[in-house]
Design a binder for this molecule. Structure first.
Ligand code: XIL
Length: 388
């Protein structure tokens, strides 16, 4: 028999809880009411996906293939809690396309197979970005061949997963106001090689590759009420308008939502205006990469930090989910154990001896207060028509 203690030790909360109940039932040990334990309450109808689904929302997480292959609790928790996944790394240009004529599909295929096995939808992230480019890019891509290389990549990858992707981030982070262009476009390698119409080309090609996927424009730094976010929102909306006017097929706006536990800026007004404007253009809106960076909290106490982080989750999601154009909420990771935030330069400089606690599951796969804040925010949100 699996003891409760052993179960906790293995930290496979969802899978283990179920195993414990099954074992007890088999041995006639299950008492009425055992399913009402705090652990049971987060499974089944208590899961993030069940609460999201009731409002027409998808609940998703970014997935790393290492932990998915190596940690049982990782896959079990994903399958239990979410109905949407996105590769944290595996569908980016460089990892998928390590040599000019070679693709590496093992990780992306494994993610799609995992999602199919568990009845989950998949977001594709991403075709065109200024980061995660392969080492060969610089020496190989020229103004003459860049259009061909970009379109071939989109057709090959988009074609392979055709019909299996709910939404594709076709272009990621194309705006950088600091680059000084009046339209705010980032002077990314793709921009430098192709020019500003690389975006139209990418969206048209993505539609050709996978006609059913919702083609998304994904951006960060558009969440807060401050001048820099105001400028970036304006440039983002102007870009979306330009793409629409040119007949480029854009279906959705992704608001990354990497936010701070402590910030001098508030959020609400700018987000609402952004979502309203996107909705007015006929776009769906997705929260694509939510996490709450706790570096700004001086108190080291994990419980104190968790409370603050959960409060930010609650406020942020309450503001965003007010609008029915918002169809999905994905966190950028599942567990604090694997958050990308621990690897960022700013974290290593500011809090070299502290692990971030930005996600709905802690390093032992226990639900954090942020988990419950997410669920509450889903409950409070108005019902909407599910994502197309
Ligand atoms: C990050 C991953 O989480 C890291 O593991 C990787 O080293 C760098 O990229 N915005 C995005 C994501 O669109 O693709 C980034 O993901 C985080 C910021």
């Amino acid at each position: 028999m699996i003891t409760r203690r052993e179960c906790m030790r293995q930290a496979a909360l969802a899978a283990c809880g179920l195993a414990l109940m099954e074992t007890q039932a088999l041995q006639g040990l299950a008492e009425p009411g055992v399913a009402e334990s705090a652990e049971a309450e987060i499974r089944g109808q208590g899961s993030l996906k069940a609460h999201a689904r009731k409002r027409g929302l998808l609940a998703g997480s970014a997935v790393g293939l290492g932990p998915l292959r190596n940690e049982e609790a990782y896959g079990a928790t994903l399958a239990e809690q979410y109905n949407l996944v996105v590769g944290e790394i595996c569908m980016k240009f460089g990892p998928l396309h390590p040599k000019p004529d070679t693709y590496f599909f093992d990780d992306a295929d494994a993610l799609v197979a995992f999602a199919e096995q568990h009845g989950m939808k998949v977001r594709g992230h991403n075709f065109v970005w200024h980061e995660a480019l392969p080492a060969w890019f610089a020496g190989t891509v020229t103004k003459e061949n860049a259009r061909k290389i970009m379109t071939e990549h989109i057709l090959t990858v988009g074609g392979r997963y055709k019909g299996k992707i709910q939404s594709w981030d076709v272009v990621n982070e194309a705006i950088n106001v600091a680059d000084g262009r009046p339209d705010g476009l980032r002077k990314s390698p793709w921009f430098e090689m192709i020019g500003p119409d690389y975006l139209e080309l990418a969206y048209r090609t993505a539609r050709q590759a996978d006609p059913k996927a919702k083609l998304t424009y994904n951006e960060y730094g558009i969440e807060y009420d401050n001048e820099s976010a105001d400028r970036k929102r304006a440039a983002t909306l102007a870009l979306l308008k330009r793409l629409k006017a040119a007949g480029a097929p854009v279906d959705a706006l992704g608001i990354q939502s990497h936010i701070q536990a402590v910030s001098s800026s508030t959020f609400g007004k700018g987000l609402r205006e952004l979502i309203d404007a996107a909705d007015g253009m006929g776009l769906e809106v997705y929260v694509t990469e939510l996490d709450v960076n706790d570096d700004g909290i001086e108190d080291d106490d994990p419980a104190a930090r968790d409370r603050i982080v959960a409060g930010v989750y609650r406020d942020y999601l309450t503001a965003v989910l007010e609008h029915k154009a918002v169809k999905s909420v994905l966190t950028w990771g599942l567990t604090d154990k694997h958050t990308w935030l621990n690897g960022t330069k700013s974290h290593r400089q500011k809090r070299p001896n502290r692990q971030e606690r930005p996600l709905p599951f802690d390093a032992d796969y226990k639900p954090t207060p942020a988990f419950f804040a997410m669920r509450d925010a889903f409950d409070k949100a108005p019902s909407r028509e599910a994502a197309g």
